[in-house]
Design a protein around this ligand. Structure first.
Ligand SMILES: Nc1nc2c(ncn2[C@@H]2O[C@H](COP(=O)(O)OP(=O)(O)O)[C@@H](O)[C@H]2O)c(=O)[nH]1
Ligand SMILES: [Mg+2]
Length: 489
C-alpha cells in the first residue's frame, strides 16, 4: 500500500482525481530510489529499537518482517516495470533470440552432408536426464563454435529409452552419424596437439565435464552478439546457454501437442508460479530444503502480482513438480489457500522409474510447464532446476530475475570458471555464531574473485579473491561478472 508507508525522498505527484500519476521511467526511478531509502530507514530504526528493548526482540522482528516484505515487493515491481520499458521499445531480445537460433541452425545444417565437418559427441558416463543433457550441451557449444554438425546416437542412452522419440534431430540435412570409429579426438587450439581445423570428423570425449575447458565452454558469449545483448539483458552468459540448450531440446511436434493438451487438462493458466522440489536420491547431494522456504517466494510473487493488479481477482495457482509424491500431499495440507496443480497424475511415480520410455515424457511435461510459469522457485543444485532456468530464456524477455534458487547460485556443468570483478572496496569481518564462524573477505576495486557456486546467501556471494588468496563471503552488489566473449561463427 503505497500511501501508508512513510515517504522519504520525492513523493509521486497526484492527479486531479487524487490518484497517483507515474511519470514514466523517471517517476518510477524516483519512486524506487525512495523505496530503497525507506527500506534502509525501516531497518535502521527497527534495529535501534531492538538495541534499546532487547526483551521485545520477537515483536520487533515481526513488525520488521511485516513492513519489509511488502516494501521490498513493491520495489521489485517498479524495477521490473522499468526493465520492461527498456526492452518493449523494439523487442530487441526477441530479435536476438531469433538471430541466435538462426546462427545455431545454420551451423548444424550444412548444405552437403558428405563433405561437412562433423563433431561426434562421445559421452562416457551416465547420469540423470538433466545431467546428461547438460553434458551433450557441452558438445553443442563446441560444435557451433567450430562450425561442425554435432552427431550423437540418442538410441545408445539406455537409461532413458524415450529420448529418440522426443526431440527433433539436431540437424535436418546431416542426420546419419557415420565415421564414429575413424574420428580423431578434438583438441582446441590452445591445447597440446590441437586438432587441425580441416579434420573432417572429430569426436569430443567427455568423461568428466571438468576435464576440458574449451574456447566455447558454457558461460562464454558469442562476440558478435555481445554488444547488443549486453544492452538489454542482465545476464548475457545465461542468455547464450539458454539459446543453445533450447535448440538441443526442441520437442518434436507430438510432444508440443501433448504439452498443450496437458495444460488444458490440468488447468494450467496464468498467473502461475512454478515450484520444483527435488527430494529422493538428491538428499545425498544437497541439503534438504523445507517446503515453507519455497512458499515464502511464491507468496511474495503473488503479493507483487496483487499490487500490480489491484482490481483483479485471481487464484493463487502453483505448478508443483517433484520426484517425491508426498510433497504434493504436504503442500495441499499445509497451504490450502493455494491451488496446486501437477503434471499428469502419475508423473512423480514415473520419476522413480527412470528406465522406462514414458519417463522422459513426464519429466518433460514438468520441465516445459515450469518453463512457462510466470516465476520459478527451485534449487540450482538440481540439473532439472538449472535446465528450467535455461529454457526460460526462450520466452523472449529477460527472465534472469524471474526465478530464485534456494541453494546454489546458477551453474552449468562444465562451464568455464566464473570470475567476478570487484567494483567497490570492501573490508571483511568475521563473525562467530553458536555453531560456526563466518568470514567476509577484503575486496579492492579491480580484484578478481573466483566464485564458489555453493555459497549463496542472495545478498552475499562466496568465493576466493585471486589477489589475496583468501576465501569467504562478499556483498553481491560490490562485484560484477566478468564476461568472456568467444569467436563463434
Ligand atoms: N517427473 C519428474 N521427474 C523428476 C523431477 N525432478 C527430478 N526427476 C527425476 O530425477 C532425475 C534427476 O536427473 P538429474 O539430471 O540427475 O538431476 P538432479 O539429480 O536433480 O541434478 C530426472 O531424470 C527425473 O527422472 C520432476 O520434477 N519431475
Ligand atoms: Mg542426479
Amino acid at each position: 500500500n503505497r500511501n501508508t508507508v512513510c515517504v522519504i525522498g520525492q513523493p509521486p505527484a497526484e492527479n486531479s482525481k487524487g490518484g497517483l500519476i507515474w511519470r514514466g521511467a523517471t517517476g518510477l526511478l524516483y519512486s524506487s530510489l525512495s523505496k530503497a531509502l525507506q527500506l534502509q530507514e525501516l531497518l535502521s530504526q527497527d534495529l535501534t529499537k531492538i538495541k534499546q528493548n532487547p526483551e521485545k526482540l520477537g515483536d520487533l522482528l515481526s513488525t520488521l518482517k511485516r513492513h519489509l516484505n511488502p516494501l521490498e515487493n513493491s520495489l521489485v515491481n517498479d524495477l521490473i516495470t522499468m526493465q520492461k520499458n527498456i526492452d518493449t521499445n523494439n523487442n530487441e531480445i526477441k530479435k536476438l533470440n531469433k538471430l541466435a537460433q538462426e546462427l545455431i541452425r545454420k551451423t548444424q545444417n550444412p548444405p552437403d552432408c558428405r563433405t561437412a565437418k562433423k563433431l561426434h559427441c562421445d559421452l562416457r558416463r551416465t547420469c540423470g536426464f538433466g545431467c546428461l543433457f547438460h553434458h551433450y550441451g557441452i558438445c553443442l557449444f563446441v560444435a557451433i563454435g567450430t562450425n561442425r554438425v554435432m552427431q550423437v546416437k540418442w538410441g545408445n542412452i539406455r537409461a532413458y529409452p524415450g529420448i529418440p522419440k522426443t526431440f527433433r534431430n539436431i540437424s535436418d540435412t546431416c542426420i546419419n552419424a557415420t565415421g564414429f570409429e575413424q574420428a580423431i579426438e578434438w583438441k582446441s587450439k590452445g591445447e597440446k596437439n590441437s586438432t587441425s581445423e580441416d579434420a573432417e570428423i572429430v569426436k569430443l570425449i567427455i568423461q568428466k565435464p571438468r576435464d576440458r575447458h574449451t574456447p566455447f565452454s558454457p558461460w562464454t558469449v558469442p562476440a558478435n552478439f555481445l554488444p547488443r545483448i549486453e544492452a538489454v539483458h542482465s545476464n548475457p552468459m545465461l542468455w547464450w546457454i539458454g539459446q543453445v540448450q533450447s535448440y538441443l531440446m526442441r520437442p518434436q511436434e507430438w510432444l508440443l501437442n501433448d504439452l498443450e493438451t496437458c495444460k488444458k487438462e490440468i488447468g494450467f493458466d496464468h498467473p502461475i508460479v512454478g515450484v520444483h522440489i527435488r527430494r529422493t536420491d538428491k538428499i545425498s547431494e544437497a541439503a534438504y530444503v523445507d517446503l515453507s522456504r519455497y512458499m515464502v517466494h511464491a507468496k511474495n510473487w503473488f503479493d507483487r502480482y496483487a499490487e500490480k493488479n489491484p482490481n483483479k481477482s485471481f487464484k493463487k495457482r502453483i505448478y508443483l513438480a517433484t520426484d517425491e509424491v508426498n510433497v504434493t500431499l504436504e503442500a495441499n495440507e499445509r497451504y490450502p489457500e493455494y491451488q496446486f496443480i501437477s503434471g499428469l497424475p502419475n508423473a512423480s511415480f514415473h520419476a522413480a522409474k527412470r528406465r522406462e520410455e514414458e519417463t522422459v515424457k513426464y519429466l518433460l511435461h514438468d520441465v516445459y510447464l515450469l518453463r512457462d510459469c510466470d516465476y520459478f522457485v527451485g534449487t540450482f543444485s538440481s540439473n532439472i532446476g538449472q535446465m528450467v532456468y535455461e529454457l526460460r530464456q526462450a520466452l523472449d524477455r529477460d527472465t534472469t530475475f524471474e526465478a530464485v534458487s534456494l541453494d546454489n547460485t546458477y551453474l552449468y556443468i562444465g562451464q568455464s570458471t566464473r570470475y567476478q570483478k570487484a567494483i567497490m572496496n570492501h573490508i571483511g569481518i568475521c563473525q562467530k555464531f553458536v555453531d560456526r564462524k563466518e568470514c567476509e573477505i577484503d575486496l579492492r576495486v579491480g580484484d578478481r574473485i573466483k566464485v564458489n557456486p555453493k555459497v549463496n546467501k542472495g545478498y552475499m556471494y562466496g568465493g576466493r579473491n585471486m589477489r589475496t588468496g583468501r576465501a569467504g563471503l562478499y556483498p553481491a552488489y560490490k562485484v560484477r561478472d566478468i564476461v568472456t566473449p568467444a569467436r563463434y561463427p
